[in-house]
Design a protein around this ligand. Structure first.
Ligand SMILES: Cc1cc2nc3c(=O)[nH]c(=O)nc-3n(C[C@H](O)[C@H](O)[C@H](O)COP(=O)(O)OP(=O)(O)OC[C@H]3O[C@@H](n4cnc5c(N)ncnc54)[C@H](O)[C@@H]3O)c2cc1C
Length: 304
């Protein structure tokens, strides 16, 4: 019997590089066999396009802990991809968090996105720290950093985090996470570039040059248009809603128009010099693969 071991991986920050924009993708750990098959179809479809890294989310309240570890570890052993595991502080003691970080290291995962997580059940409900746990993501960044040789990412919010009182305090918290040791930040989804570009300018004005990767949710359905802003806090601008309105009753036409809109958003971000685009895939590959092709990113640019 041969035992597969994870090969040492490049870090996300190395992969983001500085020679032209890259793309990365986000998956969630599947709940059942059908979900597992769907995820692996997506991974195999996207792998040849050479994403800079692929990330796997951590379920609310640690609910997906084992699945996140298993999925990310399998990506490390069974693919050529650079994996990044998410980790949340909510509902975990420090000892449990150290244990998960140890499992990541043992599986050859050296990239971690350190986020606080939301209260299980109601994301906007009262946030109560575990009695032996952490309160904010900057503490988690320090814990991960202090636990080994990890490349660490954090979350950023172009339209500020819903719990932040104002843009300034939101920026200070993001800077605090970077001072704590974060190498880069990935943003919540958004629909027009202004909030992202403002945030990037404000980081630069504060003397911070860590890469800020825009999180892109392809606009594929009227449901995304409705739920996306609710979940992210990023407004869906009226002029874009007006543009999409004629397609509300026609799913195919909506998808086509939504892909055009998403392509335009990505093109503007690339023109503004972003170092990478992070696609929220919902474990499906077609929209991401199509966007990567349209934008000439990844290996498509070489083979085209
Ligand atoms: C790219 C990305 C990936 C994500 N992945 C996951 C995932 O895998 N699993 C999951 O459950 N959730 C995930 N989330 C959601 C995230 O957990 C929530 O948005 C959460 O509410 C905020 O996490 P954070 O790391 O930004 O928290 P923090 O940076 O701790 O900020 C939370 C709030 O507290 C405030 N704050 C921070 N520090 C202080 C302080 N010292 N004093 C006072 N106030 C402070 C901040 O301004 C903010 O309002 C992700 C979000 C993004 C953008």
């Amino acid at each position: 019997m041969t035992t597969r071991t994870a090969q040492p991986r490049t870090s996300v920050i190395d992969r983001i590089g500085s020679s032209g924009p890259v793309f990365s993708v986000e998956f969630f750990p599947p709940k059942d066999e059908a979900g597992e098959a769907e995820l692996w179809r997506a991974i195999r479809r996207l792998e040849p396009l050479d994403p800079a890294f692929v990330s796997v989310t951590y379920g609310a309240g640690g609910s997906s802990r084992d699945r996140t570890i298993r999925t990310t570890a399998r990506i490390a052993t069974d693919t050529t991809l650079v994996p990044m595991a998410h980790l949340t502080a909510v509902s975990h003691s420090r000892a449990e968090l150290r244990h998960v970080i140890g499992s990541y290291a043992a599986a050859g995962i050296t990239n971690v996105l350190a986020v606080r997580g939301d209260p299980p059940g109601d994301p906007l409900g009262e946030w109560t720290p575990h009695p032996e746990g952490l309160m904010y993501a900057d503490e988690l960044v320090r814990l991960v950093r202090g636990s080994g040789n990890f490349c660490v990412g954090v979350a950023a919010f172009p339209y500020r985090h819903p719990r932040s009182a104002d843009d300034d305090s939101d920026l200070q918290r993001l800077l605090g996470k970077i001072r704590a040791g974060a190498d880069f930040a990935v943003t919540q989804m958004f629909w027009e570039p202004d909030g992202f570009l403002r945030l990037r300018d404000r980081l630069a004005a504060a003397g911070c040059d860590v890469p800020l990767l825009p999180g892109i949710m392809p606009l594929l359905s009227a449901r995304t248009m409705q739920r996306g802003p609710e979940l992210s806090g990023a407004p869906f601008p009226p002029h874009l809603a007006e543009r999409m309105a004629p397609y509300a009753e026609d799913a195919k036409a909506f998808r086509a128009a939504g892909m055009d809109l998403t392509t335009e958003l990505c093109e503007r971000l690339i023109a503004e010099g972003v170092r990478g685009l992070h696609f929220y895939t919902l474990n499906r590959s077609p929209a991401t693969a199509e966007l990567v092709g349209r934008l000439g990113l990844g290996r498509t640019a070489v083979s085209a």
